[in-house]
Design a protein around this ligand. Structure first.
Ligand code: FAD
Length: 394
């Protein structure tokens, strides 16, 4: 079989790329080893797919080259994807901070992409394993051996995503192909992932699973105002997922438990109060958390009314309320991570087309590239934008 373009990976970026190439009259084969189409879209956004973010800017992405994503994001913007969603009459809503979700189900986004691909003449081949890729004899195209057929292609697009959630088909395929062609891959690690703690660090909070707090979480210069969730293994929730992408082993994380207050002023104004300190904190924090947190800070000493603490002790408490320090022992790993940080070194690719500088005709799109979005619809926007960029070039 001979095709103009073979795309490996029928996920978000792969389908976007395939349909755009198809619309330009290219013959396109889309290959995936999974039997179900785009499982990651299906499970995304709690089943409702946070498909983009209205306020997407390059600053929402992590990469060794923070400017790399600019060109693709400018050429295919959230507005373009919203137009596609509206064309297919998929109803959606903004949850918060520009995050757009389907009203009904993520499956609608999968069906939309599939029907756009089919209308553009894209042929799907799945489940299908790619066992070997070589340059053709003229060294301009590619020859692929797959479990379905032998295929020749002028252009090859790798859209096989990252390592997160191996249970639904994630594989290191894209990184291996990069290695085969001498293309550098930056260090990989799980991101947007719950953080774990040594048992003694959070033992005071062990009975508090499910409690959520409004916090500002900071690490290595990044800050996020989001909910933090106590879990049986440590800390999670959007605040922790966001900051996990900036955390490195050994780094402390600082948690502002009272983002709305100046704790120093607030405590000073109440220094003559006869209520227990935990009762005071419970005005702004869940009561059981306030008691446990105070117990941990006071080293288990019995609680006394606020007016017995003395100004110095109260003043020492304020910075701890605004910058409670915790040191994670690790992350929950790729099984729980939403994305993989790192990937195909952006120095190896054209930022306009996603084509390899070393291997003409070879493209990398989506999460396999060293461009990782923050939480909030940015990762899909990168998949659409990078897929579109390659789709215009192949
Ligand atoms: P993928 O969508 O992962 O697609 C890769 C495809 O390649 C898959 O179909 C896979 O089967 C195929 N493949 C892999 N290996 C091979 C191989 N060896 N041979 C053939 N095919 C192969 N992002 C958001 O922006 N909003 C959200 O709401 C959101 N929610 C998420 C929720 C969860 C639980 C997870 C895990 C992620 C979420 N993400 C979200 C991140 C988002 O899903 C990914 O960033 C995005 O899917 C990446 O798109 P991609 O096309 O690069 O890769």
């Amino acid at each position: 079989m001979k095709k103009d373009v073979v795309v490996i990976g029928a996920g978000a970026a792969g389908m976007m790329c395939a349909m755009e190439a198809g619309k330009r009259g290219r013959s396109v084969l889309l290959v995936d080893h999974a039997s179900k189409l785009a499982e990651k879209i299906r499970i995304s956004g709690g089943g409702r797919c946070n498909f983009t973010n209205r306020h997407t800017v390059p600053e929402n992405f992590l990469s060794q080259n923070p400017h790399f994503c600019r060109s693709a994001l400018a050429r295919f913007t959230p507005r373009h994807f919203i137009e596609l969603v509206e064309k297919h009459r998929i109803r959606y809503h903004e949850k918060k901070l520009g995050q757009l979700f389907c009203d009904e189900a993520s499956q609608q986004i999968i069906d939309m992409l599939r029907s756009e691909c089919e209308a553009a003449g894209v042929i799907f081949q799945m489940p299908c394993e790619v066992s070997r890729i070589d340059r053709d004899s003229g060294n301009t195209g590619f020859v692929l051996e797959t479990s379905c057929s032998k295929v020749m292609a002028d252009a090859l697009v790798i859209a096989t995503g990252g390592l997160s959630i191996p249970q639904i088909g994630a594989s290191p395929f894209g990184y291996r192909i990069a290695e085969q062609f001498g293309i550098n891959v930056t260090a990989l690690r799980p991101a947007l992932v719950p953080l774990t703690f040594a048992p003694e660090q959070l033992s005071a909070f062990s009975g508090l699973t499910g409690i959520a707090l409004d916090t500002i979480v900071s690490c290595n210069g990044a800050h996020f105002r989001e909910n933090l969730l106590i879990t049986h293994r440590g800390l999670s929730g959007p605040a922790i997922l966001q900051i996990s992408s900036y955390w490195r082993p050994g780094d402390p994380i600082h948690i502002n438990l009272l983002p709305e207050l100046d704790a120093d002023d607030w405590l000073r104004d109440r220094r003559h109060s006869g209520v227990l300190l935990s009762n005071l904190l419970a005005q702004h924090l869940p009561r059981r958390f306030a008691e446990a947190w105070l117990g941990a800070m006071m080293g288990g000493l019995p609680e006394t009314p606020v007016n017995q603490y003395g100004n110095k002790s109260l003043r020492q408490l304020a910075p701890q309320l605004h910058a409670w320090q915790v040191i994670p022992s690790g992350t929950a790993g790729y099984k729980k991570a939403e994305v993989t940080l790192g990937g195909i070194d952006t120095a190896e690719l054209s930022s306009k087309t996603m084509e390899s500088k070393k291997v003409p005709g070879l493209y990398f799109v989506g999460e396999v590239v060293d461009v990782t979005g923050q939480l909030g619809g940015f990762n899909f926007q990168w998949a659409w934008s990078s897929g579109y960029a390659a789709g215009q070039s192949v």
